[in-house]
Write a protein that binds this ligand. Structure first.
Ligand SMILES: Cc1cc2nc3c(=O)[nH]c(=O)nc-3n(C[C@H](O)[C@H](O)[C@H](O)COP(=O)(O)OP(=O)(O)OC[C@H]3O[C@@H](n4cnc5c(N)ncnc54)[C@H](O)[C@@H]3O)c2cc1C
Length: 435
């Protein structure tokens, strides 16, 4: 038994963490367990990958096959995106979808049906998976794809580990000429402006806005929009031409211990938000940067979750349909600004249509998605409880992989399509929400 928690350090539980690198040895380990949940790198925030018995897939870490002609890679489910990038980028390929950290596994990416800054153009990871091998509740290993075991394939993508253990996955990659991004950053003075900017620039492949959620009044929603496109070699500044397909480095600054819980307060969060907004002096900046700072700025700081202290934090990520999305965002941001519960990080993106290749509990659907980090305390928990009905009213829903606290009622109202899964695979979250 060991104390296990995910990225939000909340909740923490005593659990048996078991692991194995040979497929055929996994079933004997879990055969007699009445309940088990697979786990990747624990980068979900809450209790999705927690259970008394946890099967860690991190030892399933081999890249098995690469087809350079068609840009297709097959790998074991515990391979980290950071490792896959090191393998594919020098060959002129990139991940079709990537989240805000590269320290997640392929299995975790599929189980959460991850989205990136390109959902409005290129969808979630579901659209880029050719097939997967799944260890099911009977101990059999099934190959699942659009052609065979389709229902299981679809229910596993975004299925939060509840259908079985993903052993391998085959995915289609994106071709790139360089590992650099042509970036455009634009400051927006409030929510009206940032919403207009998202509209105006919706032809960009990548878009994301960082929002200062402590500012209110006429500055409510002031933000910086970051847009990007993969740079072709003939667009690269001369200084990058020597190694146009350079991969990321492993260097990180480490946060060595849990910060005391008073370290992150309204004052420090306000100061951070002020500095972030004002570090860009011009209205618009155009430059070319490596994929690392564009996609993974937070990865520069190892263990940054420790900044929130030992009580941990949660990420509140919701999506609201476009129709009344601006109105909903205004109400929610106003409530947060008034509460004084500052969020260090608040990130706004847009989603295209939901796809029909993922589970009914998969998160993305068309609209605005806002993600906010909050240090866990009583005041924050009651603030979030008061935001849930607004999300429901505006036809939205919360992202399961970030959640540790939503109620069963909120879940049922926002994910109304029943999702059946074998009893053997259950997490604390699936129990809490009666999924
Ligand atoms: C800094 C940061 C930024 C992030 N940004 C984004 C973002 O932009 N977009 C986004 O979509 N997500 C984002 N996330 C969330 C993250 O991508 C997901 O939580 C992802 O699932 C984590 O992968 P993991 O390998 O750590 O899996 P875990 O956290 O260990 O598990 C997550 C879920 O996947 C299941 N799972 C894991 N491995 C397997 C397997 N082999 N078979 C079956 N099920 C499995 C688990 O049971 C659990 O339900 C971010 C997280 C962090 C910490």
């Amino acid at each position: 038994m060991a104390i296990i928690y995910n990225w939000g350090v909340y909740p923490k539980i005593d659990a048996d963490l078991i692991t194995e690198k040979i497929f055929n040895e996994i079933w004997p380990l879990i055969k007699n367990q009445s309940e088990v949940i697979p786990r990747g790198n624990g980068r979900c925030y809450g209790d999705s990958a927690l259970q008394k018995t946890i099967l860690s897939c991190l030892k399933l870490n081999k890249i098995l096959h690469f087809d350079a002609e068609d840009g297709i890679v097959k790998c074991e489910s515990g391979v980290l995106l950071s490792e896959l990038l090191k393998f594919i980028v020098p060959k002129g390929f990139f991940l079709p979808v990537t989240p805000g950290t590269k320290f997640i596994t392929i299995g975790g990416a599929i189980a959460s049906n991850i989205h990136g800054k390109n959902h409005h153009k290129e969808g979630a990871i579901s659209l880029h998976i050719e097939s997967l091998e799944l260890l099911t509740e009977t101990g059999t290993i099934l190959i699942c794809s659009k052609e065979s075991n389709k229902e299981l394939f679809v229910h596993t993508i975004g299925g939060m580990g509840l259908t079985g253990i993903i052993l391998t996955a085959t995915l289609r990659l994106k071709r790139i000429e360089s590992s650099y991004i042509r970036q455009k950053s634009i400051k927006a003075k409030n929510l009206d402006e940032i919403v207009d900017l998202f509209d105006k620039y919706n032809n960009y492949t990548y878009s994301v806005a960082w929002i200062d959620c402590l500012s209110g009044g006429s500055s409510l929603g002031r933000s910086v929009l970051m847009l990007g496109e993969h740079a072709a070699t003939n667009e690269l500044p001369a200084k990058f031409l020597g190694n146009p397909l350079k991969t990321h480095s492993d260097k990180q600054i480490n946060v060595p211990f849990m910060f005391p819980s008073f370290a992150l307060n309204k004052l420090t969060v306000s100061a951070f938000n002020f500095l972030f907004y004002n570090k860009q002096l011009k209205k618009e900046i155009n430059n070319t940067i490596h994929y690392e700072p564009f996609f993974y700025p937070l990865d520069a700081l190892n263990n940054w979750n420790r900044i929130y202290g030992k009580n941990g934090f949660t990420q509140y990520q919701f999506v609201l349909p476009f129709e009344k999305g601006k109105e909903g965002l205004t109400k929610i941001l106003t409530k947060i600004a008034h509460s004084g519960c500052g969020s260090f990080l608040a990130v706004l993106k847009t989603f295209g249509h939901a796809d029909d290749l993922s589970a009914p509990i998969s998160f993305p659907k068309q609209g605005y998605t806002l993600a906010l980090d909050f240090k866990i305390n009583k005041k924050v928990l009651s603030l979030l409880d008061s935001l849930d009905p607004m999300v429901i009213d505006y036809g939205g829903r919360l992202y399961l992989t970030k959640d540790s606290r939503m109620s069963k009622k909120t879940f049922k109202e926002t994910y109304p399509i029943p999702f059946k899964h074998p009893e053997k695979f259950n997490s604390l979250q699936s129990k809490r929400l009666e999924i």
